[in-house]
Ligand binder design. Sequence first.
Ligand code: 1Q0
Length: 215
Amino acid sequence: ADSVEEKKFCLTEVLDVFKSCLTENKEVLVDQYVAGWRGLVKFMNSLGSIFSFISKDAVSKIQIMINHRNGNNGAEYVTIQSMVKYELDNKLVDLTKSGNFPESGCRTILRLHRALRWLELFLERLRTSTEDGKTSVMCADAYNESLAHHHSWLIRAAAGMAFCTLPGRSTFFEVMNVGPPEQVVAMLGDALPLISEVYQITEDLYTEYNLLNLP
Ligand code: 1Q0
């Protein structure tokens, strides 16, 4: 009977999924990238329903990418690199204004990519914070430095309110389910370089194809 108990969230496993994103020739695997976000959303849901407007948007973007992978052209979507090439070659991206392709893989991944920068900044702040550090401030600072630039004032206001409800650093570390604080810090130090690398590779790719401002 005890086998029905749901497996507890562990942040290490989620960040490990992000590590497995990269292929040998430094391409980013879409399935793993999306699975990483899925795990993070699960974690976010455990922080309370005030975050549900964020997780709804993340889930819908995750679903768009799963649909691409399951579609007839799923093989073109194995890596972010192959996706970009395929969608551009076949004119499946709205490049300057929204139009026929509101669910292109390129614009959808761009939204998650921008959020990955937030994650990187936030986790780096958590890693280097002291015991009395405020997660709400770390989260807001990371947000203002990254995602906020791409959001309307309404979303920024809603996000700001949600951040204020974040639990303290010690509770946060407990929810991560990694172990004592020293172990959390070590795990983050281990995971962050790989998250940065995934971010940088995508950033360079999007820069090369001039896709950083897709509507
Ligand atoms: C821990 C607190 C989580 C805070 C997450 C920060 C992100 C705030 C984002 C607010 C977004 C709100 C809703 C919708 C925005 C869309 O308009 C926007 C643009 O898309 P579109 O189609 O309108 O052009 N969407 C986005 O910018 C995508 C946002 C995705 C956010 C995904 C967040 C996933 C959650 C992560 C929680 C990770 C916490 C892990 C920390 C680990 C440490 C224990």
